[in-house]
Ligand binder design. Sequence first.
Ligand code: ZN
Length: 501
Amino acid sequence: MATPIERFRRLLGEVYDLNAASSVLAWDQQVLMPPGGAEGRAAQLATLSSLAHTKFTSDEMGEALEAARQETDKLDADSDEARLVSEVGREYDKQRKVTAEWVAEFSRTTSLAHQTWQKAKADSDFGAFAPQLKPIFKLRRDYADFFKPYDHVYDPLLDDFEPGMKAAQVQEIFDDLRTHQVALVQAIADAGPTDGSMLHLHYPEAEQWAFGEAVIREFGYDFERGRQDKSAHPFTTSFGINDVRITTRFMEDFLPSALFATLHEAGHAMYEQGVKPDLARTPLADGASLAIHESQSRLWENLVGRSWPFWVRFYGRLQETFPAQLGGVSLETFYRAINKVEPSLIRVEADEATYNLHIMLRFELEKALMEDNLPVDDLPAVWNDKMQEYLGITPPNDAQGVLQDVHWSAGLVGYFPTYALGNLVACQWWERIAEAIPDLEKQVEAGKFDELLGWLRTNIHQHGRKFKPTELIERITGGGLSAEPYLSYLRTKFGGIYGLS
Ligand code: ZN
């Protein structure tokens, strides 16, 4: 007869399988599906997610959870089983608080809003989108109310992506960061322009694909348990720890686009490939949070992939791949070009030094909207004012301003901060890694990544979602989330490139 924990894990495995099947369908939708399949696919995804939700929030699950808890109360609180029970219990309680009516209304509203947003963005017409955005923020305030009492109305939303994180903490970190980051970007702008024109020559897709794939193989992305395909927007998806896939997109007139997207997604995917097998088919076979996930993608994309030692290793090979385009370009010139800092309008195209400013702007607006302190109709004007204040530029239209991101149309509020927090966390890890592997730069220069990946596997990847993000940061750094390592990284790197004092 099955033990209570076995019974609990069997139920969780069934929910996991339903979600994994949804992920396969969603992957297919973005990679292979012909346009005609859209309607049928939406119905299939809705059916599967509703089955998964019903099963996860069922009384049967509640009873299995309770029975498992009685067993794990006798175990070490940090054992896999005890952590599994406490994490599932947390999620179960959260999901049971939200009414079915709210879920249905939210799903209806956001699917309608998504279509409206696409058209409004194409027409650069915020006025067409505003009537759909108002009910989304109203629904999000209602959602927060399910979790009263809270310190701030934004907290329950943030908690969905960063368990345990509070809006006040994010605000404090961002306040600390903003003035320093604005000053750094200004100093770089004053240092004069950088030539990036060679990156805009013609770079055929096939060679770009082969080069990027060779690099991530050397990083340690396992193609026996993954694959890379093309999609409109790069993403990583997991159907289990032995099938973690990535996608990328190619721009033949801009070399960095596909290459760094490939390194970024491989960073996400190596995280999930590294989760220990004991956690498979449970909710713990996942990243600790979005920020921790993003710390892994940014680490491989930026701290490794945009670093000097990395290009000492790979630039010769890139020149051999593209002799006509790069044969006459020195390593120094190329390195400056891929690290060019320039205030820009579009978040997803922003460089390392300006990126977080785009996030702070969104966080402040989301918070004001959730507090009901900012009318939706005022968004474009406030957006443009803040862009001028933080980045010194004003969007010429709403498509390149307030309408650029998909998140709000999908009801994703509280998501943006995780991107910026991921950058900070990556730099906190990096300082620890440099202590643990004193010749790290030499290893990267020699194309040796196994010790680096091994450190990440041991300290982060194997645990999956077992520890809360704040616990993981504490275990590794001995302290909390901090902006200082990130600022110091930016100052050292860009101070060197731009000759700042
Ligand atoms: Zn990412």
